[in-house]
Ligand binder design. Structure first.
Ligand code: CIR
Length: 258
């Protein structure tokens, strides 16, 4: 059974109010409320038995609290990605400094231009990784990522995205062969071998739940998903992410779990 021991998060910065947004969930984030929600998120993670490393806010990068995107951390290696969003690309530099505390030099890999890749497009299912081809993650990024993973004995397959920002915006793995799927992922052949819970359209945002050591953290305000996850046998904790949702960010985006 998989076990996460560590989590990296980054404090939201004041400039988060200028973060990238599709406008799907309208409004500007309330910074003070975002900090309160971030505190609650950290507390929830601690309850799941992980050590949380909280990096300082970085005002140069409005979206930098979404630490999932500039790195992918596995049991065997760390991959510093090359974020496809221009305003976020520089986040890879400071995340690498943090990752160096946990991985030896020869286990830290990089996605290089012309390849781009963001961690939100990567879903780890045991030793297999699904990677979404999105507006942020391109063919060359996927080719490089696959080659890195194969070096460490992992496998990788591509999933084409049509609508959502990142792969994990719409599909998330809860271990034990269980997936939460929404929208365009509901009928994709890629996921045929998994038990799928199909998220009702009005709760699509809650496809982005995270499994942390047998507890599933669920965003607050999504009763159908919460009760489905509980009936699958998981312990649950809910965390309000309303201010991050305004920037298209969810529970997985806010941490690196490894
Ligand atoms: C962005 O558009 O990059 C941020 N506003 C949201 C990033 C969400 N990250 C994720 O899904 N992994």
């Amino acid at each position: 059974m998989r076990k996460f021991n560590n989590v990296i998060v980054r404090r939201p910065c004041r400039a988060m109010t200028e973060g990238i947004t599709s406008g799907l969930y309208p409004g500007k984030p309330d910074y003070d409320l975002a900090l309160i929600q971030h505190d609650a998120y950290i507390e929830a993670l601690k309850k799941c038995g992980v050590k949380v490393t909280c990096l300082p806010a970085d005002e140069n990068y409005p979206d930098s609290c979404f630490v999932e995107d500039p790195a992918v951390l596995t049991e065997k290696c760390a991959v510093i990605t090359n974020p496809g969003a221009a305003s976020r690309n520089g986040e890879k530099i400071s995340i690498e400094e943090a990752v160096r505390q946990f991985y030896p030099e020869d286990r830290i890999e990089h996605i290089e231009y012309p390849g781009t890749l963001e961690g939100g497009d990567v879903m780890m299912c045991g030793s297999h990784f699904f990677v979404g081809r999105s507006e942020r993650t391109n063919d060359d990024g996927i080719r490089q990522f696959k080659a890195i993973l194969e070096k460490y004995g992992y496998t990788c397959s591509e999933v084409k995205l049509e609508e959502v920002l990142h792969l994990k915006t719409g599909v998330n793995y809860l271990e034990n062969n269980n997936l939460l799927v929404s929208g365009e992922f509901t009928d994709k052949a890629d996921f045929i071998n998994y038990n799928k819970y199909v998220i009702p359209e009005e709760e699509a945002y809650a496809a982005n739940c995270i499994w942390v050591n047998d507890t599933v953290i669920v965003p607050e305000g999504y009763p159908a998903v919460l009760s489905a996850v509980q009936s699958m046998g998981y312990k649950t904790i809910t965390v309000d992410t309303s201010e991050f949702r305004k920037l298209d960010g969810g529970l997985s985006c806010l941490s690196l779990r490894f």
